[in-house]
Every structure is written in C-alpha cells, then in structure tokens.
Write a protein of this length. Structure first.
Lengths: 298, 292
C-alpha cells in the first residue's frame, strides 16, 4: 500500500468515514456491555440495585435452574457443533468436484434452509415432530423406531429434536464457507497427490483438512458463539418454558426469563449473561489452541 | 499434455471405464456421492415442501403427518387473516427490515471503506477492538439496552428495533475485506480528476462494488426480517409486532392451529426466498469474495 503516511486532511476524512459507525457502536454496544458488567455485581429487584460484590456469583453456584441451563447449553454445543461441521465438510468436499452433475442444484438445495427465519423453521419442525406426525411415521417406516416418540414430552428426545432442527438450519451455511475456501485451493496439488497414488481419504486428511484449517476454526468459533446464545428455537418449540422440566432451558432463555418473566432481577441476569461471555472466551481460546497444536505436530 | 487428454477422453473414456477394476471402485464411489447429496438435498428441501403442503391441510391432518396437498387452503387463509392484521404486521416487518438494511449498508460500508482506505495506527487498534467485540453475545448487552430504551421512552417504537442493529461489526468487516479488492488505480484516477473523497465513494466505489452490496443486502435484510429476541423485548403492543413475533405467538398456543400457522409461515418465508433467488448469483460471488 502506498499510504506510508496520511496527510492531515486525509486523517480527518478517515475519521469522518468511520465516525457514524463508531458513535452508534459506542452508544448501542460498548456502553451497554460496560454497563452490564457493572450491573452483574449489583443485587436487588428491578432498577433498585445496590452493590453486592460477588453475591451474584455465589448465587450462580446454588441456582439449580442456572446449572441446568449451563448443562443443557453444553450438551447442545458438544453434540451439535461437531455433527454440523462434519456434515458441512463432507458436503463441501463432495460438491467441490467440478465434474459432478447438478452441482448448482445440490448446492442451492443444501444452502436453502438458512434463508428461513429461526421462528419459521422451528414452527415447521414443531409440526413435523408431532407424536403422530410425519417424522415419527418416517422413522417407523424405515424401522428405526418401533413406536412413536413423544419428542417434546421427553427430556432426552426434546434435546435430540432441537439438535436435529439446528443442524438442518445451519449445515448449508457452514458448507458455503468451506466451498469458497476449497475453490481457492490450487488444483494442481490434488493432481500431484493423485498421480503419486495418494488415496482419497489421505488426500482429505492430509491436504484438505490442513488447508481448510483457518476456515474450520472460523466456522467453529462462529458456531460456538451461536450455540451458546441459543434462544429462538427453544423458545418457540417449548412456548418459552424450556420444558419438559427445564430439560431444554438454555442460558439465553434463562436470562430472558430472569429479566422479563420472573421478578425482574437485572443484576443477576447480567451475571448470567457474562457467564456466556466467559464461556465464549474460554472455548474460542481452546479452539485456537487445538488448531495451533496440530500445526506443530506436522 | 494439454491436448492429448481431451482427445483420449472424448473417444476412449466411456468404453475404458467399464473394464478397469480401479474404475469400478471409482464409479461406485461416485454413485455414493450422488446418493449422499441427493439424500441431503431431499432432507433440506422437504420442510419447505411440508410447509406448503401444510398450508393446504387442516391442523388435525398435519399432526397426523399427511404429506400431500389438501383442500383447506382457503379455510387456513381465512382463519389467518381473521386472527392476524396481516397488512399491518407485514408492513411493520417490511418497514423495519428495509430501513434497517438501508441504514446498515450505508453506515457499515462507509466504515469498511474508511478503515481500509485511510489506515492509521489508532484506527487499526479500534478495528482490532471491534473484532474482539464481535464475540460478545447479544445477551450481555440486552438488559442495559432495554433499560436505555425504556428510559428514553422509545420502547415499543420501530426506532428501538432498528437503531441497535445499524452499525454491524460483521458487515463493516465484510466491507473492509471486499474493499481490499477495489482497484486503487480507480481511486487515484478519480483524485486526479478532482473528485472529493465522498464523491469517489458515491460515484466510483459504490457502482464498482455492487456485488458486495447485493450480498450484504441479502444478509442484512434476512437478519432483520428474521430478527426475534430483541423485537420480542421492545415491541410490546399487538399492532407494532412483526410477523416473526406473531408466528411465534400463534405457535405457543396450547393447541396450535397448524394449518393456519403454516399458511402464515409460507407468507413470512416468501420475501426472503424471493430475494435469495433474485440475488443468488451475486450472493455466491459476494460470499466468495469475502472469504478470499
């Protein structure tokens, strides 16, 4: 770039271009974030808050619903993200073959779910998950189950239903990132490997995966943030309860209920929201660590 | 090397394939890929089909899993329009989505251009900070935001829905990445011609980057049209609610009338589907450009 040093006028122009965004971000993002950090150390009902030190953090450790929400959110994260990332990679690699027929149709079809709103698709899935509904009928037709599952009457199957739904919605979205990255990889590398007799699985393991690592890391981080914030689907599936018996309540749903449903306790709900921030931080850090570790080994 | 495979391929390939054992394996694997992708495509499309079929069936038929078109479309439509003030609700959703999209594109593309074209140490630091903020979930600002808007007496207005979304860090980042591909000779030439910076942005940058704007339009419009949690918090009276909120409220009923709800879901999904198919090519181009 030819801009070793900007003159005074260009400096001012530079600020002018970014000023509207910075003002809005300051007002509607940075200020609320700082405020909520401050709030998380306050106790009281509604806006009658007073400084409580670590009282809220102590309360967290004794709050069964919070612990439930934490556990549920982790369950969603641990099962859903790897399944989705794996499927997205598989589809992307399959679609990256330029000799494949109907590529465009396959790609559009698999991507299509992510144009739906979270509420629209969870409504559609809710009607498919009815006890006598199409989903149970299909599973019984292929003899995967003997009798209908009561998807939202059972704590275990309620979680499974939510995982199925989220995976449907987001796999194509992640796939597009991998496809884009795969198209930037130099084809001649694959040709050379093929001529040298490297089998397909090894090309995938030792060529595709390492070259896609930055994108995989990016999508994993994005998915982690998304899963930890899970709200719309659960709220819509369970009519806001997180039921049956709190088995699907997530951290975000609990924050919403603490703030707007139960006796409003802004301080405590701010504390719960910072638990999400800390978790995102830790998990992102771990993911970076794992990604870097592998690089050193090779 | 460049010519021979074409000649050999055209004549010999279909015959040769069947006889080499290695090719039989390749053929089987190719078949497997088609099966895999067909199943995935079917499962991805089916809920859309189900939604349209459901709009023509009664609620009882839907929860019994009837997967073909029925005769209840008009009844469902009538029930939906009787329960929901549809013109009003769709106007709310449309107004919020269009205004928010226009403002987001304007403000975030200005910032993306500014960060990339006028680099300085402080602005790079700020940009780094913004990327860090990208990982802070909405939940962590939701409560103070609500308090702010209720103190400003703006709760239950469209402004309260739109304002927090218009400076989008993700879209700023997206525009900055795309600006890296903007040919700097164009800017230099425009400068020599005596154009001011805002004129360059408006008359040179904007037309050149229309693919980027198209892709960003899809992303931002869909995000706003589909936005749920924040509107759920700030839009409190029935006449101000968006279609997303209404659908969710209808679904939460103790015995939801799925025929009517799926009819509404079709209506709510249509705009995003239309925009997607109209701008699909641009969208893929834009996405690829951003990842490069």
């Amino acid at each position: 770039m030819a801009q070793a040093r900007l003159d005074r006028r260009e400096q001012i122009t530079g600020w002018a271009f970014i000023a509207p965004a910075l003002i809005l971000l300051g007002l509607f993002m940075i200020y609320p974030i700082v405020w909520s950090l401050w709030m998380s150390f306050q106790v009281g009902k509604g806006m009658n808050l007073s400084f409580g030190g670590f009282a809220n953090i102590v309360r967290l450790t004794k709050d069964p619903v919070f612990l439930r929400a934490l556990g549920n959110t982790f369950t969603f994260f641990i099962f859903q993200v790897p399944i989705m990332i794996g499927l997205a990679l598989l589809f992307a690699v399959a679609l990256n073959d330029s000799t494949l027929r109907f590529r465009g149709i396959f790609r559009t079809a698999i991507f299509l779910p992510c144009v739906t709103s979270l509420i629209a698709y969870s409504t559609v899935f809710k009607s498919m998950f009815a006890t006598d509904g199409i989903f149970n009928q299909a599973l019984m037709a292929v003899h995967l189950i003997a009798s209908p599952i009561s998807w939202f009457g059972d704590p275990f199957w309620a979680k499974v239903a939510i995982i199925i739904a989220i995976t449907w919605r987001w796999t194509g979205y992640n796939m597009i990132f991998y496809l884009a990255a795969l198209q930037n990889i130099d084809r001649s590398i694959y040709e050379a490997a093929r001529i040298d007799g490297v089998p397909a699985w090894a090309r995938f393991r030792y060529l595709t995966i390492p070259m896609l690592k930055p994108v995989i890391l990016f999508t994993t981080v994005i998915s982690t943030i998304g899963t930890l914030q899970l709200f719309d689907e659960v709220y819509n599936f369970t009519a806001g309860t997180g039921g049956p018996s709190d088995s699907t309540v997530t951290l975000s749903l609990y924050i919403y209920n603490l703030t707007f449903k139960f006796m409003p306790s802004f301080g405590y709900s701010a504390t719960v929201s910072w638990v999400i921030v800390v978790l995102v931080g830790i998990l992102t850090f771990l993911q970076f660590l794992v990604a870097r570790d592998r690089k050193i080994k090779q | 090397m460049t010519v021979s495979p074409m000649i050999a391929g055209a004549a010999a390939r279909p015959v040769a394939r069947a006889f080499v054992p290695g090719n039989a394996w390749a053929l089987a694997r190719r078949g497997l890929v088609y099966v895999l992708l067909s199943v995935a495509a079917f499962l991805s499309i089916f809920p859309f089909f189900w939604m349209m079929v459901g709009a023509t069936n009664t609620s009882a038929e839907i929860i019994k899993g009837k997967a073909w078109f029925g005769g209840a479309l008009l009844t469902n439509a009538a029930t939906f329009f009787a329960q929901v003030d549809a013109p009003r609700i769709f106007w709310n959703s449309g107004f919020i989505a269009v205004v928010a999209t226009a403002l987001t594109l304007a403000i975030s593309s200005l910032a993306g251009y500014g960060f990339e074209m006028f680099r300085s140490k402080i602005r790079e630091r700020i940009f780094g900070l913004l990327l860090l903020l990208l990982s802070i979930p909405f939940a962590a600002m939701m409560v103070p935001l609500f308090v702010m808007f209720s103190q400003a007496k703006l709760v239950n207005t469209f402004a309260s829905v739109i304002l927090p979304t218009v400076a989008s860090i993700f879209i700023i980042f997206y525009f900055r990445q795309a600006t890296k591909a903007f040919p700097s000779e164009l800017r230099d030439a425009a400068k020599i011609d005596g154009l001011k910076e805002w004129q360059i942005f408006l008359f040179v940058y904007l037309p050149v980057m229309r693919s980027t704007y198209a892709a960003a339009t899809i992303i931002v419009f869909m995000t706003n049209w589909n936005n749920y949690l924040w509107p759920l918090i700030v839009l409190q009276t029935a006449e101000n609610k968006t279609i997303t909120l209404i659908l969710s409220a209808l679904t939460s009923a103790y015995t939801p009338d799925y025929g009517m709800i799926l009819f509404g879901t079709v209506l709510a999904t249509l705009p995003t589907l239309v925009i997607f198919f109209l701008l699909q090519r641009r969208f893929v181009e834009g996405m690829l450009g951003a990842v490069k």
